[in-house]
Design a protein around this ligand. Sequence first.
Ligand SMILES: [Zn+2]
Length: 235
Amino acid sequence: MSGRLFLTFDDRHIDSWVAARPILDAAGARATFFVMEADELDDRERAGLGTLLHDGHAVGSHGMRHRNADTTIDEHGDDGYLALEIDPSIMALRELGATARCFAYPNSRRSDATDAVLLRRFTYLRGGGPRTADLDEARIAVIPSGPAPRVLPSRGVDTGRGAVAHLADADTLTALLRCVADHDASLVLYAHDIAARSDANHLHPARLAEIVAEARALGLAMHTLDDLPDEGSTP
Ligand SMILES: [Zn+2]
């Protein structure tokens, strides 16, 4: 049995991500952090990203200002979008030592047209996927063995937002992880803040610990998206 689990986290919750390092370390997991507003980070946040990179985690782009790709391209054109939202983000992240080789879509807003524009800059793009307890539907997020698609499906694992709890779908995720292990497949998960309580979308640290322990027990490798080969399958 093998298979791969890619953990990803979005936005700018750098302090929480740094605090969660022991959870990832305990399971030998490496994650990919998709950062927005890379030009506005304060000294502590910049140092935090340095720590995550030093640990072997990867940092990708989540855009400069979290603009929706589709509407911003409509408004500014392909080149205008890249100049406004993407190129400055890549530049700021590279100055911090990140590869910025991958991109996660803000609000999961993508289309074939936005993929084509963004693949001019990135090797892999992370799209979204349904958060459903229905296993057949959830399996859409499982990436079969072989070259990974340039546009990766993913599954959300946040436990809540503010006081509102999200779908309790631990059983569905367990079934998906088993499926990934049995078929030498891959699965990309995404979350935001890592905290017991947060106004933002957040993954409870105890739930993160559970997920990585489960993946480890199944023998899943937990590498960063930067570990994917340069050649993906073309969309
Ligand atoms: Zn976001």
